[in-house]
Design a protein around this ligand. Sequence first.
Ligand SMILES: NC(=O)c1ccc[n+]([C@@H]2O[C@H](COP(=O)([O-])OP(=O)(O)OC[C@H]3O[C@@H](n4cnc5c(N)ncnc54)[C@H](OP(=O)(O)O)[C@@H]3O)[C@@H](O)[C@H]2O)c1
Length: 345
Amino acid sequence: MKEGTGKTALITGASSGIGQELAKLFAQDGFDLVLVGRREETLDRLADVFRNNYGTQQITVINKDLAREDVAQELYDELQSKGITINILVNDAGASTYGKFATETEWAREKELIHLNVLTTTLLTKLFLSDMVARNEGRILQLASMVSVTPFPLMSVYAATKAYVWSLTQSLNNELKGTNVTMTALMPNATATNFFREAGAPKLVVEDMMDDPAMVAKDGYKALMKGEAKVIPGGLGNKAQELMSYVSPQEALASLMRKLLSPKHESGQDQKTPAWTVGIGIALAAVAGYALVRAYTNANPIDKARYRQQAQSLGDSASGTISSIIDSVVGTYHNGKAKVESTLA
Ligand SMILES: NC(=O)c1ccc[n+]([C@@H]2O[C@H](COP(=O)([O-])OP(=O)(O)OC[C@H]3O[C@@H](n4cnc5c(N)ncnc54)[C@H](OP(=O)(O)O)[C@@H]3O)[C@@H](O)[C@H]2O)c1
């Protein structure tokens, strides 16, 4: 008997990207499915594929705009009236805008994304979690993000919503201790889905270093099934990036992220850049910061005063310094790669 036999997983945002890959994993493991999104035809096609390929018995497709007022309650009531018990909830549906908050993005879209990423996610969690706690059984996967723990200029409102999801998940995890109900935060780095296009972004520097949505879903699924509190999908570069975001200056991180979200044609960067260079860039920034703090702590009072004055004048150019570090790491990578390629040619 498969792991999911007799159980139902509800996946919001199942019509595309990470959500679609997650839905496939649940189908493969024998779960019944509730697939939610606005593209009903896509969800229906997906349901047919799952029935044919994996023999999924029960698939309920629900066409809903989850950015609407009171929609979470509506979805919950609909499932109650159908007598469907949700054993696993995946809050995947999410969206962003792209551009400068003060002058470029539209409030109407920001309001919608706050509704989708925050209000709907929170109420769905509350409604299904209280049933799970009453049964003392169930799992929830929350789509947080690497940007839950870093600033993300040009997607600032989006990043704030993902910081909310991350914070909520950590707190609830503590409240759930001692129960048989678990909640997992999935924190992907940039992933190759429709996400950036849907946000209205042009071709971005970060698009050369994107993760595969199938890999992200697989790591998320494994962590969910083990009841882990969080998971950073992918390799060491992503894990280093998360670690460094806790110890690096926020201004430096914002500067790095701004660079990654800049349009490709503006950056003058036309070569592929691997994700690990970002981790190393942040690591270098953190090591430099740590060395400075140590030097300051061990200095005598006069030197401390000098440091403070220098720090003030350096403050303005900090962003530039971090950008140079990243540029030099990226440059070193490209030079090394070119040398290896010419040797092998
Ligand atoms: N891609 C990344 O770099 C990345 C990184 C970290 C975290 N994430 C998070 O991962 C999740 C999935 O994103 P993705 O990358 O897979 O993007 P995606 O391919 O654009 O998928 C987004 C999904 O959300 C659904 N959705 C969007 N707005 C909706 C609405 N108003 N009502 C109902 N459903 C809605 C879409 O379905 P319909 O269009 O059918 O409505 C779609 O299935 C999001 O929460 C995102 O924040 C993404």
